[in-house]
Write a protein that binds this ligand. Sequence first.
Ligand code: GLC
Length: 339
Amino acid sequence: MNFFRRQFGLLLVMAVLLVKSPPVWAQPTGDPMQGVGKGVNVLGYDPIWQDPSKANFHPKLFASIKDGGFNLVRMNLFAFSHMGEDGRLDPGWLATLDRMVTAAQRAGLTVILDEHDSEICGKDARRCQTQLLAFWQQIASRFQKAPRSVLFEILNEPNGQLTTNAWNGLLAEALAVIRRTNPTRAVVIGPGDYNSFRALDKLVVPANDRNILITVHYYEPFKFTHQGTTWTIPSRSRDVGYHWGSLEEQQAVKRDFDTMATWSVTQERPLLLGEFGAYEAGDLTSRVAWTSAVARAAEAHKLSWCYWQFAGNFALFDISRDSWITSIHDALIPPDVPP
Ligand code: GLC
């Protein structure tokens, strides 16, 4: 009887440890400050965060991403709606996050944890400050022991009430919170105005902190990449029928990336192109040409890139058919040219 009781006790302790203990990390996959490589944005709009049983994304897809030629995922987290009044993150939501990060790491992928509540932040900077700092206080300590190949991105696309000045203040506060528990982890920070490269000059990051990766998003020309979308200012995006690919347009992309690269070299800060993509309402030929041109322009300057996004819209992968959208995939990772 005693034996059984002891066994049961042991099982109980193990079960509690399994539930309570932080995730067991796979081996680190490299130094992110040496370049995070080629990646894709994942999980942002997946029902998994509301109810894991309704997930579209299955953890085995991380292996598909790796096999598809990528080594990085940027996880888009809308955490603010999973916080209590006291600022505590929902344990169920955290468990899903642990599961996803562990699975991505096991597949050999670098992971960026990107707090993506930029819409709330643009409308209510006060609420943003409270929730963002609460988020990083909890996430930074939770992932304190994670390998260096887990990166923290303070906030996606600051905009609206988060003016460049306000953002410079808030990012410094959030970084200080992170640095209490993660003194050297790579932290990703982008400029204001929706992470536009044109706002890089106004971005202020602590000069003595060298573990910062600067991120920009590129969707230019916007009327082409966002044609037919419903979530941006309608007058900017409702019209369709824009093609892309003239010599002038190609040169504009090159010029923009030259500008970014010059900033990166003079400031001695590595750059990540954290989002780029063209919405499905554009014609496929133009979308493929644009996607390829942007990825190659980034690579020409040794910039890491991360495509927007894996599934849903701007899609790279069709989860229901378990297959790549080949034209977009090949634009990003060109198939080997036979000798
Ligand atoms: C930004 C937005 C996201 C949108 C994407 C393309 O990341 O946060 O919601 O889908 O840009 O417009």
